[in-house]
Design a protein around this ligand. Sequence first.
Ligand code: ATP
Length: 303
Amino acid sequence: MSVEVGKRQEGGKPVKELHLNAYAKVNLTLDVGQERPDGYHEIESIMHTIALHDSITLREAGSGTEVVVQDGSSVPTDHRNLVARTAEMLREMFGVTRPLQIELTKRIPVAAGLGGGSSDAAVTLLGLAQMWKLRLDGREMLALATKLGADVPFFLEGGGAVARGKGERITYLPPLPTTWIVLARPRTEVSTAWAYRQLPAGEAGPRPNTAAMVEAMKREDVREVGRLLHNVFEDTIASHHPLVRDLKTRILKGEAYGASMSGTGPTVFGLMANEAAARKTADDLRALGDVDVHITRTFAESR
Ligand code: ATP
């Protein structure tokens, strides 16, 4: 989370505001285990934040909790938005009655496997804790993040990490050296719940080698990281959305260390050898039509 504290005038009075960035992630590996009694599945996933981000301004203005979404994105502005839910949860727990306006500029594609909503929630949680001077230690913060969603704990710090359990058991890893990434998102949304229902029962099929990926990251061996990319959802989602496979094939024809689907899709990403390779591949992918293409990089904030 990057925080910038600003003051704005409203009716002659200074208004407290915080400017925050919420970064997207890609899954370098994603493995799914048993369904748990609480309905979540056990997962094991190595995630990494990328430079593509939403921007959030928390402002002490208006009345109650108001969410304003910029950029014509289709995300809801009511209690269904995770940033509103985060604020309401904290209001209830700590009896906060101060007014709050949350201005959300969405750049992370929605329901695309890039964790946008979860990242927005994590950053809002950290920002409000600061703005409302809530006394929350690391353990309490983690518990609140887990309550908001399985991917939210990872985004409290971001960078590179293995997430286990339902996503709340985080082991941080050294972040990758800056690596160019191409994102290709077919213009269709995939709901996470639907994606889990499509997974074949049983444990057949190839699985990611998480231990080898951890070692490759520790060695900062991006080439090996590219070779080990693996997501157990990819084949299933590609069988419903064949463009996923076409995009991956096209990325691998360029100078790529590897390519994979992120999260429950449908976004496919390529780890590219350099910026020129990323630009060339992005042009090739745009030619496939019906796809949004972004060029970005791996990114980790130093906190
Ligand atoms: P993951 O990779 O964690 O599965 P995702 O990137 O596939 O997540 P999101 O973009 O987080 O999915 O959005 C999933 C759903 O959450 C959408 O249907 C959206 O309406 C809802 N949502 C609630 N709050 C937000 C938010 N702040 N940003 C985006 N989506 C949100």
